[in-house]
Design a protein. Structure first.
Length: 331
């Protein structure tokens, strides 16, 4: 396997973009390392232990969070977005007097497009949707990591728990959230030039939308699956069996993937430079119903999948010219 190394005469702008993405990619490992240093240094315990207790008891991730506009608007995120580059495209204006649950697709390996487009102001989400207070949601376990939790809280990221979602959409007009619907299972299907979605059994977010009267808005991000290569682990293989067992015990999957390196284009854990275009579709109106039937859920799901498919078919020849398959709902 050949490895192509980056030339020395790379423009400064591209080097800066790569450096910023590297810092972002190392953020979680750095926070884990920082916690380890605090654990082995007794001199820090008088400060560290109360802080850890506070993080375990604090309910901010499920109660709307505590966003930092300064953090979300850092120029750093614009450099990260320009690395790919990332872009946010809206089809229609959304009424700020309503509440929305956005469904993000596909999950990819780590949902980079969701973070840049909705966890920061790098692509101007607040300007594109004035009057909406949009939170990106992630696994509750991410808020159990001291230091890291405070960073993502500042980015207006909240917990994806039922309590968190209901709190958001019932906090007044315009309060909305973004859910990466496919979750951990869908990351196993994240392969370049493909768009395989885990959606058939995903009725929980639809039920929450109906019970709370929040309109559903599908989002499809072209390029999300192109950021990493993944070792083939199709259904029925030993690798997939092991991955499913890890998921059942730990709540997350372990896709075997690679990207590019800092100084080469073929091998490493940095994402490839691939355009990321998140297209926000038309809202699907939902009538509030505290006890929706399975038929109600299926009806809204059909409308949701139809709108998601329409988005893909409309833009696929613009943003996915080299695709090897069209959008498929595989699970």
């Amino acid at each position: 396997m050949g490895v192509t190394f980056a030339p020395f005469n790379i423009p400064f702008e591209r080097r800066r973009q790569t450096f910023c993405v590297l810092v972002w990619a190392c953020l979680l490992p750095f926070c884990l390392f920082l916690n380890l240093l605090c654990l082995v240094n007794p001199l820090i315990w008088p400060l560290y232990i109360p802080y850890v207790i506070y993080t375990l008891r604090n309910q901010a991730p499920a109660l709307g969070g505590r966003p930092s506009p300064w953090l979300r608007r850092l120029k750093f995120w614009k450099y990260c977005a320009d690395y790919f580059p990332a872009q946010l495209v809206k089809e229609v204006d959304l009424d700020p007097s309503q509440n929305y649950i956005f469904g993000y697709h596909p999950h990819g390996i780590i949902s980079v497009g969701a973070l840049l487009n909705f966890g920061t102001e790098a692509t101007g989400v607040s300007a594109q949707f004035p009057g909406l207070n949009i939170r990106l949601l992630t696994l509750t376990s991410n808020f159990h990591i001291p230091f890291y939790r405070d960073i993502i809280l500042g980015m207006h990221v909240n917990s994806v728990s039922r309590h968190s979602i209901e709190h958001i959409v019932n906090s007044g007009p315009g309060n909305s959230c973004v859910i990466v619907v496919g979750g951990a299972s869908e990351s196993l299907y994240a392969k370049p030039k493909q768009a395989d979605l885990v959606l058939k059994k995903r009725l929980g977010f639809i039920k929450l939308a109906i019970k709370n009267g929040a309109s559903l808005v599908p989002i499809f991000t072209f390029g999300e699956n192109d950021l990493y290569d993944q070792i083939d682990s199709g259904p029925g293989t030993i690798i997939r069996s092991i991955q499913r067992k890890i998921q059942s015990y730990c709540g997350f999957t372990t896709p075997l993937f690679h990207g590019r390196g800092i100084f080469n284009y073929d091998l490493g854990l940095m994402p490839f430079r691939a355009p990321l275009v998140s297209v926000v579709g038309r809202p699907i109106p939902v009538k509030r119903n505290p006890d929706p039937s399975l038929e109600d859920l299926k009806d809204i799901q059909e409308q949701y999948i139809a709108e998601l498919t329409r988005i893909f078919n409309k833009y696929k020849d613009t943003y996915a010219k080299d695709r090897i398959s069209d959008l498929r709902v595989v699970e």
